[in-house]
Ligand binder design. Structure first.
Ligand code: GUN
Length: 287
């Protein structure tokens, strides 16, 4: 036996096919969507993510601008570049890849992005709108998870949803979205007592901890839907492969539906970035 896979790759490619039409329509009106991606430093994982984002833009016809800085870039340089991009009519979305180098105040950087170009949904205005249940830009990873649930006809209303992890990028906005969809939401984190007991109550269990194989089969209720947000690189002695936050091989025998890593949430994160960028360009045309 074993649970069914939620195929993020297939869902991502069907959504992206539809995006091409929207991008072509905007481009025909002289309004080709444009995304600027800023990367500071040489974090190898960030370099891969940024390249994937830029490639995904090109594949659907979105203009992309990749801006690289060395790890020692002064904060003022980043702030000045963002101010330029805020004023640039060819740019509808601005993304600053996280994490930033230690000497940079991440919050200060995110706060200068114009909220209407904040396609990551990390600006306080967009976080506040999401918390109030009136989202403008939804952070891409949890947005992708909601689309995966919807595509698999999982309605969170009335269900017990447990989110493991409370990051601003994934766990916190994930909890807000599930709450907005009328789930009963529990957020677990490093200080949670008896985390496994909370996890075992979940009808929908989302793992966003950043620790390989953190969620084991004994933490999962039989028949639960398990969403793995983790992308961890295993050490070379374990094969150096990508691995999620869920012990996939064991948990798939208990879950009714489960996302693999790779090929689950990852492709959907980038897809929703494209969606937000197109949305930003469409909104500008409407105003
Ligand atoms: N680093 C890891 N995930 C993300 C993301 O979704 N957006 C940005 N900007 N940085 C990230």
């Amino acid at each position: 036996m074993g649970g069914r896979l939620i195929d993020g790759k297939a869902l991502a490619s069907s959504l992206r096919a539809a995006f091409k039409t929207r991008v072509a329509a905007l481009s025909a009106q002289g309004h080709r969507p444009g995304l600027a991606v800023i990367l500071a430093g040489e974090n190898p994982a960030s370099q891969v993510y940024v390249r994937n984002k830029v490639d995904a833009c090109e594949a659907v016809g979105i203009f992309s601008l990749k801006i690289d800085y060395p790890a020692n870039v002064p904060q003022e340089t980043l702030l000045a570049k963002i101010a330029d991009l805020n004023a640039d009519p060819a740019i509808h979305g601005i993304l600053v890849q996280l994490p930033l180098p230690d000497h940079i105040d991440e919050e200060a950087v995110l706060e200068v992005i114009a909220p209407e170009k904040d396609v990551d949904g990390f600006h306080a205005v967009n976080v506040g709108a999401l918390a109030q249940g009136n989202p403008r830009f939804i952070p891409c990873t949890p947005y992708g998870v909601m689309k995966m649930l919807e595509a698999n006809r999982i309605d969170p209303a009335g269900k017990e949803a447990v989110v493991i992890g409370r990051s601003n990028i994934a766990g916190k906005p994930m909890a807000l979205l599930l709450l907005g969809a009328n789930a009963t939401v529990t957020v677990c984190h490093s200080k949670t007592r008896d985390l496994a007991a909370h996890a075992r109550r979940a009808d929908i269990l989302v793992a966003a901890v950043g620790r390989p194989r953190f969620v084991t089969a004994d933490m999962v209720k039989p028949g639960a839907v398990v969403i793995d947000v983790g992308i961890n690189r295993l050490p070379a002695e374990e094969g150096g492969k990508l691995c999620g936050d869920v012990d996939f091989e064991a948990v798939k025998e208990v879950a009714s539906l489960i996302t693999p890593v790779p090929g689950g949430v990852g492709p959907m994160t980038i897809t929703m970035l494209l969606a937000n960028t197109i949305e930003a360009a469409e909104r500008e045309l409407e105003t």
